[in-house]
Design a protein around this ligand. Structure first.
Ligand code: S3P
Ligand code: PEP
Length: 432
């Protein structure tokens, strides 16, 4: 589906969707338990893949739309061997978290996904499962899905690189809690995307599971049970999704009016750093942490340097801000952002370039030269990636004329009603 957007001004109040990262973990943690209620879940293509996986392992996930809740019957720490191949669709989080869960089952689980997911790196996690006494193989022997995992593992110690995906560590910690021996993870390199492991630790704690950071990595003891307080868990709002709405306000809010984003309570999400990035760029932004909302007005932005080591998902949003700002915006420490649904470093360089931005791409750095950028409406491609689509839609609000973004349907991965929210804020947006 193509989305046509014309230069627009926006204002008003919006609510960001619930956090994708917390929802995945809450659904799987509820699966590891005897059963739990997950309130305010994100219902999106990616989180549905995790729901399907919990069902494949013998659990059950029922959606109660009136209560905005998922009623999860768990498999109580002992996943069945799935009766069929598990399709993780476009979701890296699902594939990684489910790989470690599959290693607990007494048999073989086969995981696959769409063509994007089948090109993303799984090798380090497969090696870790092997080292823990299971068998894990890529069917094409290239470290990518489809993958086959044979369990059961009983825990142990393992070392793993930290600079490919933090999801490997989250996966091992979640599964390790219900092994006999527990799992110690030693990091072979510096950890990228570290706040996502903090999110895992926060959800584990909410489900009564102890896990901790150690001098050289992370550790979880075995023999634990997942039991959330009062049998329920509440998912907070998603700061990665909020970043598009905040960026829209910063570059395109109507004169004298603001964009207010609700659902913004503090949590372990590294992507709340978007507020700090906007402030550093000179945006007029205020975060009321107690009441959970962020207010932003249009302001003149200046280029800054941003290290996205902890916050890879912010790269597309920051790149768009950079194209509107004065001077250079240097996004550094971004090599791991190439291992996402698409290579987001090169996708943003290409598509912002098509809109008239001047961009320099290096292996680990993306520089947007705001002074040499004049955004003009054009036909751009979302590269089948929800974050590329949403960030290009923000760029389209300031580009002269009309922009067409191909692949608008991919927002269903993390923010299914993104275009409705943008429309309600006043954007001139049409599905074609
Ligand atoms: O664990 C998670 O929920 C996520 C971790 C990050 O991936 P990496 O750890 O692979 O960088 C992030 O990019 C992804 O959107 C969600
Ligand atoms: C990379 C992302 O998710 P995942 O790794 O779960 O596919 C994302 O949402 O930007």
């Amino acid at each position: 589906m193509d989305i046509e957007l014309s230069q627009s001004r926006v204002h008003g109040r919006a609510r960001a969707p619930p956090s994708k990262s917390y929802t995945h973990r809450a659904i799987l943690a509820a699966g590891y338990s005897a059963g739990a209620l997950v309130y305010d879940p994100l219902n999106s293509a990616d989180t549905k893949a995790t729901m399907r996986a919990v069902e494949a392992f013998g659990g059950d996930v029922d959606r109660d739309a009136t209560e905005d809740r998922l009623d999860v019957t768990g498999f109580n720490g002992r996943p069945d061997v799935p009766a069929d191949v598990v399709d993780c669709a476009n979701s890296g989080t699902t594939m990684r978290l489910v790989t470690a869960c599959a290693a607990l089952a007494d048999g073989i689980t086969v995981l696959t996904g769409d063509s994007s997911l089948r090109s993303r790196p799984q090798g380090p996690l497969l090696d870790a499962i092997d080292d823990l006494g299971g068998r894990a193989e890529s069917t094409r022997d290239n470290g990518q899905a489809p993958i086959a995992i044979r369990g059961p593992i009983s825990g142990g110690s393992v070392s793993i690189p930290g600079d490919v995906s933090s999801q490997y560590i989250s996966a091992l910690l979640m599964a390790g809690a219900v092994t006999e021996e527990g799992i110690d993870v030693e990091l072979e390199t510096e950890l990228k995307s570290a706040p996502y492991v903090d999110i895992t630790l926060e959800v584990l704690e909410a489900f009564g599971v102890d896990a901790e950071q150690t001098d050289d990595g992370f550790s979880v003891s075995g023999g634990q049970s997942y039991e959330p307080t009062d049998g329920e868990y509440h998912v907070p709002g998603d700061f990665s999704s909020m970043s598009y709405l905040l960026a829209a306000g910063a570059v395109a809010a109507e004169e004298g009016k603001d964009v207010v984003v609700a659902g913004a309570y503090p949590s372990a999400q590294g992507d709340s750093a978007i507020v700090d990035v906007l402030e550093r760029m000179g945006a007029d932004v205020e975060w009321n942490r107690d009441d959970g909302y962020i207010t932003v007005r249009k302001s003149d932005l200046s280029g800054v340097e941003v290290d996205v080591g902890d916050t890879p998902d912010l790269l597309p949003t920051i790149a768009v801000l950079g194209a509107v700002a004065e001077g250079d915006t240097r996004i550094v420490n971004c090599e791991h952002v190439r291992y996402k649904e698409t290579d987001r470093v090169s996708a943003m360089a290409e598509e912002l370039g098509a809109l008239g931005a001047a961009v320099t791409e290096e292996a680990d750095v993306l520089t947007i030269h705001g002074d040499e950028s004049e955004l003009e409406g054009a036909a751009v491609d979302g590269h089948g990636d929800h974050r590329i689509v949403m960030s290009l839609a923000v760029a389209a609000l300031v580009a002269d004329g009309t922009t067409t973004v191909a692949g608008g349907e991919h927002v269903d991965v993390s923010f299914p009603d993104f275009f409705d929210v943008l429309y309600d804020l006043g954007a001139d947006v049409r599905r074609t």
